[in-house]
Design a protein around this ligand. Structure first.
Ligand SMILES: NC(=O)c1ccc[n+]([C@@H]2O[C@H](COP(=O)([O-])OP(=O)(O)OC[C@H]3O[C@@H](n4cnc5c(N)ncnc54)[C@H](O)[C@@H]3O)[C@@H](O)[C@H]2O)c1
Ligand SMILES: N[C@H](CO)Cc1c[nH]c[nH+]1
Ligand SMILES: [Zn+2]
Length: 447
């Protein structure tokens, strides 16, 4: 089959660049609306019918029939057997990745995830108490590919945070279980695991069913159905972020071999037809070389069809006037992954503000970050890196303020609080503060 991958060729010098660029960035509103409606229906049905609805949707969307939810639960023995059954090379790779991811997240916890407090001169104690969540649900995608790495990326930071129970959901289309996914769940210490996916799995975790326990928060990436479902259950449970179809933006100065860049663009396109791969470069001849590499390398790829659809439907090769302009456009896109494919990456890094993860230099292939560099690969997509951060230990923790006012401190704070409370017309607040004063004033009725 002669497959073509033709990303849109844009130039910032074109008069209609802005319009073309906007049209490329967002997928069709029709697709969005159809997905949104279906997800809303699935969530309502699972909320009402519980296990029965989850079983129906699992049969329909994943081709996996079961008479009861218990059949869709993976036992700890099954997880361990999967680990024991791996080849030594696979086991070593899984454990090496797990070690690196754990070290990174332990450092993250030390840097910003610990409780702290201080005392005022009068002995008043103020601080922040950090506690892990009791029970979380981790979504591991499984529709078009299997993601053992996503098991590690979700479960390890949860463990490092000290979460009590980790409930994993992962679709297994036609019931085909991926041994590495099961083994990763064993290595990462998942508490319970179910072979369900999509909006129905998110609903089961958010509302709880007869079999699936309700969780406090749902984390993890997924396709457009999963992303939409997470958005809708937010409030009933916490969510980490919207981590939808993968994205890569390569900012190239033309010094990296064009084949490397073409393959990096493929690496995210092969996830999903809705994935987005974009190249920004001030050198038109280099962009030609990358397109030629795409044409030459595509037929070698087993997932050529998905790559071609993703690159043709959502990809772009954008010629910019300069690297500075490329950086500015990258900030507008706020991509999930940003590769600075340059021989002077630190020259451009200070100009880059919005991205889930920034990969510096030609040797830092984004794919290393997907598996084993250490930082989390669950990252904000669809421009949400403007206000969201990578999944981390902090997503599995919450904070409570700690306040212990000394008798001496109450004399100062009581007067301030009472004054402001009278100003708000809230007498009980004022009196509660004044009762702790050594000389209790007469009750005031107005400011
Ligand atoms: N941002 C990240 O950190 C990150 C990490 C890994 C993967 N990803 C992304 O996650 C996604 C994984 O997608 P996937 O499809 O392989 O697996 P998935 O598990 O996210 O989705 C599969 C589920 O989607 C549901 N579904 C599919 N078609 C449906 C339909 N027509 N109607 C209703 N439900 C339907 C099914 O229930 C199925 O179980 C990809 O987009 C990939 O790019 C992102
Ligand atoms: N690139 C994905 C995040 O968008 C993560 C991943 C897992 N496996 C391969 N890739
Ligand atoms: Zn990837």
């Amino acid at each position: 089959m002669n497959m073509l991958a033709t990303p849109a060729r844009l130039s910032t010098a074109d008069d209609d660049f802005d319009a073309q660029f906007k049209a490329r960035l967002h997928w069709s509103a029709d697709t969005d609306a159809a997905i949104e409606q279906r997800v809303a229906d699935i969530l309502a049905d699972v909320q009402q019918r519980g296990d029965a609805a989850v079983l129906d949707y699992t049969a329909r969307f994943d081709g996996l029939g079961a008479a009861a939810m218990a059949e869709l639960e993976l036992t700890q023995a099954e997880l361990k057997a999967a680990f024991d059954g791996l080849s030594a090379v696979q086991r070593d790779a899984l454990q090496a990745a797990a070690r690196r991811v754990r070290s990174y997240h332990e450092a993250q916890k030390k840097a910003s995830g610990e409780s702290w407090s201080y005392r005022d001169e009068d002995g008043t104690l103020l601080g922040q108490k950090v506690t892990p969540l009791d029970r979380v649900g981790i979504y591991v995608p499984g529709g078009k590919a299997a993601y053992p790495s996503s098991v590690l990326m979700n479960a390890i930071p949860a463990h490092v945070a000290g979460v009590g129970e980790i409930i994993m959901v992962v679709p297994t289309p036609k019931g085909e279980k991926n041994a590495l996914v099961l083994a990763a769940a064993y290595v990462a210490g998942v508490t319970r695991a179910f072979t369900i996916g999509g909006a129905q799995a998110v609903a089961a975790l958010a509302y709880g069913t007869q079999t699936v326990p309700k969780v406090d928060k749902i984390t993890g990436p997924g396709n457009a159905y999963v992303a939409s479902a997470k958005k809708r259950v937010f409030g009933t449970v916490g969510i980490d972020m919207i981590a939808g179809p993968s994205e890569i933006l390569v900012l190239a100065d033309g010094t990296t071999p064009a084949d490397w860049v073409a393959m990096d663009l493929f690496s995210q396109a092969e996830h999903d037809e809705l994935a987005q791969s974009i190249l920004l470069c001030p050198d038109a001849a280099y962009i030609d070389q990358v397109q030629a590499a795409i044409n030459r390398l595509l037929p070698q790829m087993p997932r050529a069809e998905i790559i071609a659809k993703s690159l043709t439907g959502r990809g772009a090769l954008i010629h910019t006037r300069s690297m500075e302009e490329a950086c500015a456009i990258s900030n507008r896109i706020a991509p999930e992954h940003l590769e600075v494919s340059s021989n002077a990456p630190h020259r451009w890094e200070p100009l880059l503000k919005h991205a889930g993860a920034i990969f510096l230099g030609a040797y830092t292939s984004e794919s290393l970050g997907d598996y084993c560099a250490g930082p989390n690969h669950v990252l904000p997509t669809s421009g949400t890196a403007r206000f969201s951060s990578p999944l981390g230990v902090y997503d599995f923790q919450k904070r409570s303020s700690l306040i212990e006012v000394s008798e001496q401190g109450a004399q100062v704070l009581g007067k301030i609080a009472a004054e402001l409370a009278y100003g708000e017309g809230l007498q009980a607040h004022a009196r509660a503060a004044e009762m702790r004063l050594q000389t209790v004033p007469e009750m005031r009725m107005s400011p």
